[in-house]
Write a protein that binds this ligand. Structure first.
Ligand SMILES: Cc1ncc(COP(=O)(O)O)c(C=O)c1O
Length: 388
């Protein structure tokens, strides 16, 4: 079937939830991905910050192949080796004590909020305007976009308060004796790559400590090296009570996780939370390959080096382009805010062989695989320069 025939199937059979780009992707290799017509693209989007190691990385492919030949699924009722090995590996790299495996970012956040509510016995959650925490009803309530809540108001959960991001006074005003948790992204992704002031998260951490509030940091988009450290909260010198993750964790397989401190974790007892697929052997085998490769191949160094080169090149471009309002971000999570809507540039770049997206209407978002090289950035900057 050709591209048109394939896309026609979606139009006739899918529930209408996504506005997709008009290409059908077929195979990939490293930072490149190709469509069914054989056109090749430089992937500056990495499946929305998921394909940390790019496409078809041999370590992930091998790990999945080996595991699939042994065991794909067994349920959470039994132990499996990859889940146990991965938990120890990841926790040994962090300040956390315990893990819960989920299947997506929304599910990880849902579980983290449940855990904070059970631990504190309180019922209010503070989150930020322009945040994104997921599409389940509860994570949607935490997501600070009133327009997303509107159609579902009859069943929206109570107790969620969305306050301005990067404004410590707004958080202070929202805290009550009933506040269970504050959930924040360390850098807002969907909201437009919004980097908070250096001290904001430190001040939030202090407010949480002083008021017995659980601090949940949503690392779904920022985690696994994306911002130049394993998790982005490290850049701000804070130690949250809970972090949530997904996207990059499995390099493309659907997986999420919660990491929490011992005392808070202990609030859950069997039956409080669960999942059929979470922590399955197949995804955990892939996650081991991702984590090992991040360290064996010094990818954090690569993110910092190529990320700052990329940002520097974008800042140079800004000098000659009035349409660029701001360049911001950390590591390989970079936003280019324009003075106008960015949709047309996404289309033009795709036609020229580059995949990106536009978020918050005016922000071109670049979240390429962590393996990207300076030569790829040069290729992209040249195209961006021409197109802008
Ligand atoms: C910060 C953040 N949290 C949560 C989510 C939801 O993750 P998922 O789509 O895997 O449910 C996203 C997705 O974009 C995200 O960026």
């Amino acid at each position: 079937m050709n591209t048109e025939e394939l896309i026609d199937i979606e139009d006739n059979y899918f529930i209408n939830t996504f506005t997709r780009q008009p290409i059908v992707l077929d195979h990939g290799d490293g930072v490149k991905v190709s469509d069914v017509d054989g056109k090749e693209y430089l992937d500056m989007f990495a499946g929305i910050a998921v394909n940390a190691l790019g496409h078809n990385h041999p370590n992930i492919v091998k790990a999945i192949q080996n595991q699939a030949e042994k065991l794909i699924h067994i349920s959470s009722i039994y132990y499996n080796e990859p889940a146990l090995v991965y938990a120890k590996k990841l926790i040994d790299l962090t300040d956390f004590d315990r893990i819960f495996y989920a299947n997506s970012g929304a599910e990880a956040n849902e579980g983290a909020i449940k855990l904070a509510v059970k631990y504190t016995g309180k019922s209010e959650i503070i989150s930020a305007v322009d945040s994104f925490h997921g599409r389940t009803i509860m994570t949607l309530a935490a997501t600070g976009h009133e327009e997303y809540h509107e159609p579902f108001k009859p069943v929206m959960p109570q107790g969620f308060i969305n306050v301005e991001y990067n404004n410590i006074e707004a958080i202070k005003e929202a805290i009550t004796e009933n506040t269970a948790a504050i959930i924040l992204e360390p850098i807002q992704g969907e909201g437009g790559i919004n980097v908070p002031d250096k001290d904001y998260l430190k001040e939030v951490e202090k407010l949480c400590k002083d008021n017995g509030i659980v601090l949940i940091i949503d690392e779904v988009q920022t985690g696994f090296g994306r911002c130049g450290s394993l998790f982005a909260h490290e850049l701000f010198g804070i130690k949250p009570d809970i972090i949530t993750m997904a996207k990059g964790i499995g390099g493309g397989v659907p997986m999420g996780a919660i990491l929490a401190k011992e005392e808070i974790s202990n609030a859950f007892v069997p039956g409080d939370h669960g999942t059929t697929f979470g922590g399955g052997p197949l995804v955990c085998a892939a996650a081991i390959a991702v984590l090992d490769t991040i360290y064996e191949d010094n990818l954090l160094e690569n993110v910092n080096e190529v990320g700052s080169y990329f940002k520097g090149e974008l800042l140079k471009l800004k000098e000659s382009k009035d349409v660029i309002a701001e360049v911001r971000g950390e590591g390989l999570m970079i936003g280019l805010e324009l003075t106008k809507s960015g949709a047309e540039y996404v289309d033009k770049l795709r036609e020229a062989g580059f995949l990106i997206n536009c978020t918050a209407d005016k922000v071109l978002r670049f979240v390429p695989p962590l393996i990207i090289k300076k030569e790829d950035i040069d290729e992209f900057i040249k195209a961006l320069d021409e197109i802008l």
